[in-house]
Design a protein around this ligand. Structure first.
Ligand SMILES: Nc1ncnc2c1ncn2[C@@H]1O[C@H](COP(=O)(O)OP(=O)(O)OP(=O)(O)O)[C@@H](O)[C@H]1O
Length: 224
């Protein structure tokens, strides 16, 4: 199958600090992939390069057949906003907005009207068991609920790829298990590919494929 996202010979240096060296990577549409590795091995740096947040020092990242470095800033922002989704360790929600407003944000930023955006967001929130909290401000919900809202926001616009950096790292293990299961089940049901960075082997075990980063190189892959 043609890769939706591909890295070829990607290198990244921060000044004299080499973070990535010669990374090759390919993600199929709908594939769930986990990237493990010790602290400082380059996992977040790889995620940033793959998501077009940081430009590699050398090599190419290609999304849907187009090298990201050929895109201008506006085109790259549009790809990130409309074709990608993001989940971070602490949710990173906007506390002054309600649950449904947070979840609907990608659709509103893409120009969708409020009623349609909120309807789509409520459907996703319902699938994550959050329907009753939809009018609550996100400063007034629990950590597990916040992370579910972050998952809803990452998936609501049916992106091609979701980038998840320690998506359940801030949760206790019971909560982490259920949020992860709901996240991956929703992503799989809509054909969204996922790249998760994780320190947790049980999180990685739920992926279709697993890589390990060591010293800026991607050293192993095991497709399930
Ligand atoms: N902005 C930066 N400036 C300089 N060096 C950086 C910067 N960001 C990361 N690094 C360095 O690049 C290397 C890779 O860092 P990166 O954050 O990608 O690792 P990581 O595997 O995600 O680590 P962790 O699991 O601790 O989050 C490390 O040596 C780190 O110190």
């Amino acid at each position: 199958m043609t890769a939706i996202l591909r890295a070829t010979g990607v290198e990244l240096s921060y000044g004299s600090q080499r973070a990535l060296s010669g990374v090759d990577f390919a993600l199929s549409p709908g594939e769930v992939c986990a990237i493990m590795g010790s602290s400082g091995s380059g996992k977040s740096s790889l995620l940033y390069c793959l998501a077009g947040v940081v430009a590699p020092t050398r090599g190419d990242v290609t999304f849907d057949g187009v090298p990201l470095r050929r895109l201008g800033d506006d085109e790259l922002s549009t790809v990130r906003r409309e074709r990608f989704g993001f989940v971070f360790q602490y949710g990173e929600l906007l506390p002054e907005l309600t649950v449904v407003e947070n979840a609907a944000l990608p659709l509103r930023l893409a120009g969708q009207r409020k009623a349609a955006a909120h309807q789509a967001a409520e459907e996703v929130l319902g699938r994550l068991g959050l329907a009753e909290l939809r009018q609550r401000r996100t400063s007034q919900i629990s950590g597990g609920q916040s992370q579910r809202v972050a998952v809803a926001r990452a998936l609501v616009h049916r992106p091609d790829v979701v980038f998840a950096d320690e998506p359940t790292g801030a949760l206790d293990s019971a909560n982490a298990d259920s949020v992860l299961a709901e996240f991956l089940s929703l992503a799989r049901s809509q054909g969204t590919a996922v790249i998760m960075v994780t320190h947790d082997a049980s999180v990685a075990s739920r992926a279709d494929s697993r890589y390990t980063m060591a010293d800026g190189a991607l050293t192993g892959r095991a497709a399930v």
